[in-house]
Design a protein around this ligand. Structure first.
Ligand SMILES: [Zn+2]
Ligand SMILES: [Zn+2]
Length: 370
């Protein structure tokens, strides 16, 4: 064989093995987006609690709270955007350039930490699309619509020395304006960036919802093209928190956010409505629940802080059974709850719950209408 022919053969076999390798990689590299099927789907972007924990630490490397809801096969609603959700979004293969709605349960960082990264990628995914298909200008002009709790007016305890008018939590509109407002937002440069990168015009709308949980007054915050979203306040101690119910074509997803689901007010008096989690979850196909406690801790002073913020497994079971939900997804998995999954399931079933119980996994997909 001539030297030149040998060289060609070598090159050919190298190219062939490259092709085989890339085919194998493609076959092995199935993405979460490939599992999306039908008109209404849920993708888990974050199922963890507020501490970053590897397997070695007793955790599972979970991202903070975040879920992506697909309507007619497209990512339409982002439900919280806790830390790590951006990385999971990148790994999922989902493109959020047309994302429409952001629902924030509350303004704790383990539910909002990656929101700026999500907003930036939303515009950059438009940039890539518009440059590829030469659709700029104008690019994306539609606003992203953010819904979240209004402030509940609770100030800091005196000992902190905060100004008397300072509330512990801002309203959602103050929080979002604080990031993107053209004149005052800390990330206001994105207004220029969106246009400079051919993404479009940075545009957003905010809606503050009163997080009242002492009575049951769910608000329909959106009713468009068969998609209905309801919000109601649920008890997360002094933290304004909303549970959301998303309905489409007869199916429903409910997310508790963080809640104690308590049946008493802050002074310990029984609530007439029994807390709002049962009513908002009625007959839900999927109920995503804050399972951060992991055990039925007693309401003693040393646990009081956690007990007042999150729900015991038995109370989760009581709510899920009373609401008669199909699938109960245990979310907000912390170090305490990670190893308690079988015990949690037993406690939940003891309350008479007979539906499916799942320990939520990052990047898992649920198709409600396939
Ligand atoms: Zn949380
Ligand atoms: Zn919280």
């Amino acid at each position: 064989m001539l030297k030149k022919q040998k060289k060609m053969m070598k090159l050919f076999s190298a190219l062939a093995s490259c092709l085989i390798l890339s085919n194998t990689a493609q076959a092995a590299n199935k993405l979460a987006i490939d599992d999306i099927d039908g008109d209404f789907s849920l993708m888990v972007l974050g199922s963890g609690g507020p501490a970053a924990l590897s397997d070695r630490d007793g955790g599972s490397g979970r991202a903070n709270s975040s879920y992506l809801i697909f309507v007619e096969g497209k990512p339409k609603i982002l439900l919280d955007a806790g830390g790590g959700s951006y990385k999971n979004l990148a790994e999922s293969g989902a493109n959020i350039k047309d994302l429409d709605i952001i629902l924030l349960t509350h303004l704790h960082l383990d539910h909002t930490g990656d929101l700026p990264s999500m907003i930036k990628t939303l515009y950059f995914q438009n940039s890539i699309y518009n440059i590829t298909y030469q659709t700029f200008p104008p690019g994306r002009t539609l606003p992203f619509r953010v819904f979240g709790p209004a402030t509940n007016g609770i100030p800091f305890p005196d000992a902190f020395g905060a100004a008397p008018s300072t509330t512990q939590y801002s309203s959602t509109s103050t929080y979002i304006d604080g990031q993107y407002d053209l004149n005052n937002g800390q990330e206001r440069y994105l207004n220029v960036f969106a246009r400079a990168t051919s993404a479009g015009t940075l545009n957003y709308e905010t809606t503050d919802i009163m997080p009242v949980w002492t009575s049951y007054n769910p608000q329909t915050i959106l009713d468009e093209d068969g998609l209905v979203i309801k919000a109601v306040g649920v008890n997360h101690g002094p933290v304004p928190n909303l549970a959301y119910r998303i309905e489409y074509k007869g199916k429903s997803i409910v997310f508790s956010g963080d809640t104690s689901s308590r049946k008493v007010d802050l002074a310990g008096n029984p609530l007439e409505n029994g807390g709002n989690m049962v009513s908002i979850s009625e007959d839900a196909d999927i109920l995503i629940y804050d399972a951060g406690l992991g055990v039925d801790i007693p309401p003693s002073p040393e646990y009081e802080f956690f007990y007042k913020l999150h729900t015991t497994p038995s109370r989760i079971g009581e709510v899920a059974a009373a609401a008669d939900v199909e699938i109960l997804m245990l979310s907000h998995i912390t170090l305490q709850s990670e190893n308690e999954i079988p015990n949690m399931k037993a406690l939940i079933e003891n309350q008479g719950f007979t539906g499916d119980i799942e320990a939520t996994q990052d990047l898992k997909v649920y198709n409600l209408l396939d």
